[in-house]
Design a protein around this ligand. Sequence first.
Ligand SMILES: C/C(=C\CNc1ncnc2c1ncn2[C@@H]1O[C@H](COP(=O)(O)O)[C@@H](O)[C@H]1O)CO
Length: 261
Amino acid sequence: MTEDENVRRAGPLTYRGSSIPSTTTDQRLLDRRGPSDWVHTDPWRVLRIQSEFVEGFGLLSELPSAVSVFGSARIKPGTRYYDLGVEVGARLAEAGYATITGGGPGMMEAANKGAQEAGGLSVGLGIELPFEQSLNSHIDMGMTFRYFFVRKTMFVKYSQAFVVLPGGFGTLDELFEAATLVQTKKVTRFPVILVGRDFWGGLEEWVRTSLLENELIKPQDMELVQIVDDPLEVVDIIRKSHLHIAREQEELARSEAGPEQ
Ligand SMILES: C/C(=C\CNc1ncnc2c1ncn2[C@@H]1O[C@H](COP(=O)(O)O)[C@@H](O)[C@H]1O)CO
């Protein structure tokens, strides 16, 4: 018997004599046999979650400055709130910001539409739901996520502000998650802006009377979220916040460089 017949190399592994497996790695990969229940186990899900982070980071890491816009999936075109969403997307685009939404219908579609029509970059981060739904038709770059928490990471990591339009439970979840991240300083200098005082004024009042007066939040927490009516005010707040960050970074760089010679 020659040396070759008695040795099997499998990638970095070497087998000799009776240790040589009866099949090759490729055969075991490509031949469809064996149980498949492991695809429904948590270790496998961890890999899927990991791949979703990889795809999301890959898609978004070279995005220009961006703002995440949230709002109801149920508001219809031709309504006052839909038009408000279109205007918010447009003003953000004119100011040079990409608009990121949940990629669905309603206010998400409105903001994507406004951004796209004004020549801005329109991004949709959709979510797999129990019913069939595709990304709205005003999206230049998009991805559909399996996992809510992976998608939420993308909204925060790749935007410089949250803008919250009228919406229901999903929108409130996104609003309070943002508020909590800022309150706990997980993100710093991150404007959270509610648009539509007629819609949000009642919530602000409830936060004041139920949360602040019972000392469940601090007085300064009331300033974490701002309410405006005009989409131009949205852009103004975000621009000022960015100017502030830029100045802080310049000062930090100067202090790290040491005294001028
Ligand atoms: C209910 C309908 C569609 C749902 N489709 C969604 N697609 C993408 N993102 C969604 C969807 N529903 C909720 N979201 C997220 O929550 C926010 C809106 O929730 P709300 O309860 O409607 O306020 C939104 O910002 C998304 O990120 C009908 O067609």
